[in-house]
Design a protein around this ligand. Structure first.
Ligand SMILES: [Zn+2]
Ligand SMILES: [Zn+2]
Length: 400
């Protein structure tokens, strides 16, 4: 698959980074070819560590297993410390491209561009190491297990912000199918909180022709699915966003038997703590109420996964400044009122503990994230790396 590139984005792309684009591309493709999923990023971690060591950076390994933090002191004296974070993991997807650098592991693939995220941060780390013309400290954070398993939470629990105190932390994600080189973000909630649920509806099996002798969990589960839709429609304010989706119904084996039980599974997405609490509370009440009305019983497992990703106001403004510097002043180069996304992102855990901001960087037309035909657009590498360098230079300016 060929990517669109755009030769005249560039006002804020650092020439040294633009000139090294081919080298960055080869790093990215090396990482792409060796995808590893949650907490198993051994080869990836070794590769990143070797690169960071070649820049002369001290490296802390072992946070959340395969996670790494490399630290660079500015040459212009004391100043604040900031963290820049890239995720490292791949997905359980069988790559469908025929690219020479396609996955070497059947069933696993870098389909979310984390290979590109690591490369952009490595490129910035090399550039800044060669010329640490700033005052303060930069921590380059390489985080495992962004997909599903919350590697960011584990890094935080294992002391990320105690071992490496920092005033702010920043993240970046590529974003296909928006104009190439555009930075996208919003202050406040940007990605949704993500919860999962499983409900066992327990009735009493019976002959299908004699339903009066049983308690029908199939009918009860159907009523539950329908009634759950009243939560978003009637309990959540029309001004707020929420989703409750049942994605699985399992029960029954044959034509003429009412089974003992039916299992429902699904997910809920929300943006604020209040709505998240409300949805869980209404969820339990609806499931228990509907089941009780049918004489059935409910066993509910409701698990809170990632919190909502909430950008902090001041740090979001700083991130936008660096984005504008990088993208230039062209119309559409920076979108500061990006529509919130119902998907989840575990950088949210870091933003719960430290101020910071997360932006998306548009990669132009191509396959979407989590698609078997996806490939990170290498033309984005010098753009993302320049953003990181511009962010460091604008946040860690030496006192005049
Ligand atoms: Zn993803
Ligand atoms: Zn991702």
């Amino acid at each position: 698959m060929q990517h669109e590139t755009d030769d005249d984005i560039a006002p804020g792309i650092l020439p040294a980074l633009a000139q090294a684009a081919e080298e960055f591309t080869s790093w990215r493709r090396t990482l792409h070819a060796m995808p590893e999923t949650a907490f198993e990023e051994q080869r990836t971690s070794a590769y990143v560590a070797a690169r960071l060591a070649s820049f002369g950076l001290p490296i802390h390994r072992g946070l959340a297993g395969t996670g790494l933090v490399a630290t660079l002191q500015g040459a212009r004296g004391a100043g604040p410390a900031i963290g820049l974070r890239a995720d490292m993991d791949a997905l359980d997807i069988h790559e469908a491209t025929n690219l020479p650098w396609r996955s070497d592991t059947p069933g696993k693939m870098h389909a979310c561009g984390h290979d590109g995220h690591m490369t952009m941060l490595l490129a910035a780390a090399r550039h800044l190491s060669a010329d640490p013309d700033f005052a303060g400290t930069v921590h380059f954070i390489f985080q495992p297990a962004e997909e599903n398993e919350g590697g960011a939470r584990v890094m935080v629990e294992q002391g990320l912000f105690d071992l490496f105190p920092m005033q702010a932390v920043y993240g970046l994600h590529n974003w296909p199918n928006a104009p190439f080189g555009t930075f996208l973000g919003r202050p406040g909630p940007m990605f949704a909180a993500f919860d999962i649920f499983e409900v066992k509806v327990i009735g009493r099996g019976a002959h299908a022709a004699m339903p009066q002798r049983g308690i029908d969990p199939v009918l009860t589960a159907s009523l539950v699915v329908a009634q759950l839709q009243s939560i978003v429609a009637r309990a959540v304010s029309p001004q707020e966003a929420a989703v409750v989706t049942v994605t699985q119904i399992h029960g029954g084996d044959t034509w003429n038997v009412i089974p003992d039980e039916v299992v429902l599974r699904g997910t809920a997405r929300t943006f604020t703590k209040e709505v998240r609490d409300l949805v869980e509370q209404r969820f339990r009440a609806v499931v228990e109420g509907v089941c009780a009305a049918q004489g059935a019983r409910a066993e509910i497992r409701y698990e809170r996964r990632y919190p909502a990703l909430v950008n902090h106001g001041a740090e979001f403004a700083h991130a936008l400044d660096a984005a504008r510097l990088t993208a230039g002043a062209g119309a559409g180069a920076v979108v500061a009122d990006f529509e919130p996304i119902m998907a989840a992102e575990d950088f949210a855990y870091m933003l719960e503990k430290a101020p910071g901001a997360y932006l998306c960087l548009a990669s132009g037309p191509g396959a979407n994230l989590h698609n078997a035909h996806y490939d990170f657009n290498d033309a984005l590498l010098p753009v993302g790396a320049s953003y990181w360098v511009n962010l460091v230079h604008s946040l860690l300016r030496p006192a005049a």
